[in-house]
Design a binder for this molecule. Structure first.
Ligand code: PLP
Length: 380
């Protein structure tokens, strides 16, 4: 029998020495040193009483960041898409209808998840780079009578912040639909008030404005949303993300479901402690101030923002690529010459915008000055 080359030899792989980048793209953002330190502390078992205490603290800190009293507030094991699928896959039952937006890449992902959950998808239209109009949502709700309405609070693909959330929630609730908000790029960086705005379900990612590595992703559900989940006739299609099973682990029982990513939970705890120490409103203000300086620097170079001032998303600055410039070349040069990460556009805006993040620990004066200077130099 012929042996396949390399199948028996131990691979000679060097010790890990990743480049030291400045992360100003759409996420992950620079991780705070305190979070990195928390990640190098010793592991405890995921059912250890000490870890149970840590779980309680993380839940409490998440409620603070989401501005909610929801009991059902947990980190989902996995990236933002896992929290997204836990939300949609549990609240959308087979045969139900979910209304999703067409104004960005992540509305499309909501639609895919709703279909996989056995739902029917209907759309409310708005161009990429614009928010949803309350009237358009009200009309779509009247036309389609959806069970669930999802929207993206901070659209990472267009740099648009959805401004009229309380109005959107009100029109959805008037028709008895649950409201699901994608807060992946807003939690901890952009004003988000889950309870005051009557959002039933919100999910987020730790690697954006919380400046934490990906791996444990925030999710919150109102009692009403959780009642619907617990009363489902058919189990959700995912065993791993079935919230009625996860209830056993994160609820009062603390029974084994899966092995929690202990280190990621430590990291999230420390990242959320930083949010609590700074104060959530101060943090929103810092993002706006520093991203405002970034925007001013970009506009002073003669570049144009993709989203209008009214809907500008401080955590993700979408900048139009000037005529005759190859966005990929610019991103590559920034990475190679400056160890600086920004990103190109996604989906409909591929090749048309740069995406420059200003999130969490990356939202610092030195990063803003660096990105403006380096981008100016590369575009010169
Ligand atoms: N939703 C939005 C708005 C996002 O920006 C992202 C990731 O960039 C996701 C969902 C998915 O998160 P993840 O890539 O962590 O799975």
């Amino acid at each position: 029998m012929t042996e396949r080359a390399g199948s028996t030899d131990a691979p000679a792989v060097d010790e890990l020495t990743p480049p030291n980048r400045t992360l100003m793209g759409p996420g992950p953002s620079d991780v705070h040193p305190r979070v990195l330190r928390a990640m190098s502390t010793p592991l405890v078992g995921h059912l250890d009483p000490a870890f149970v205490e840590i779980m309680n603290e993380v839940q409490e800190l998440l409620r603070y960041a989401f501005r909610t009293d929801n009991t059902w507030t947990i980190p989902v094991s996995g990236t933002g898409s896992a929290a997204m699928e836990a939300a949609i896959g549990n609240v959308v039952e087979p045969g139900e209808t979910m209304l999703v937006p067409t104004n960005g890449y992540f509305g499309g992902r909501m639609a895919s998840m709703a279909r996989r959950a056995g739902g029917t998808v209907v759309e409310v239209d708005a161009p990429w780079g614009e928010p949803l109009e309350t009237d358009a949502v009200a009309q779509a709700i009247a036309d389609h009578d959806p069970d669930v309405f999802g929207f993206v609070h901070a659209e990472t693909s267009t740099g648009v912040c959805q401004p009229n959330v309380p109005e959107l929630s009100a029109v959805a609730h008037d028709h008895g639909a649950l409201v699901v908000a994608d807060a992946v790029t807003s939690l901890g960086g952009v004003e988000l008030r889950v309870d005051e705005w009557n959002v039933d379900v919100a999910y987020a990612g730790p690697q954006k404005c919380l400046s934490c590595p990906p791996g444990a992703s925030p999710l919150t559900l109102s009692d009403e949303a959780m009642e619907k989940v617990l009363a489902r006739e058919e189990d959700p299609r995912s065993w791993y993300l079935d919230l009625s099973l996860l209830e056993g682990y994160w609820g009062d029982e603390r029974a084994y479901h899966h092995t929690a990513p202990v280190t990621n939970v430590y990291a999230l705890r420390e990242a959320l402690r930083l949010v609590a120490t700074e104060g959530i409103e101060n943090r929103w203000e810092r993002h706006e101030r520093l991203a405002g300086a970034l925007k001013a620097g970009i506009e002073a170079m003669g570049l144009e923002m993709n989203a209008s001032e009214e809907y500008w998303l401080p955590s993700l600055n979408a900048v139009r690529v000037p005529d005759g410039i190859d966005d990929g070349d610019v991103c590559r040069e920034l990475l190679e010459r400056y160890d600086l990460e920004i990103a190109s556009g996604l989906g409909d805006l591929d090749g048309e915008i740069f995406r420059i993040g200003c999130m969490g620990h990356s939202a610092r004066p030195e990063n803003v000055v660096y990105v403006v200077t380096a981008l100016g130099d590369v575009l010169d």
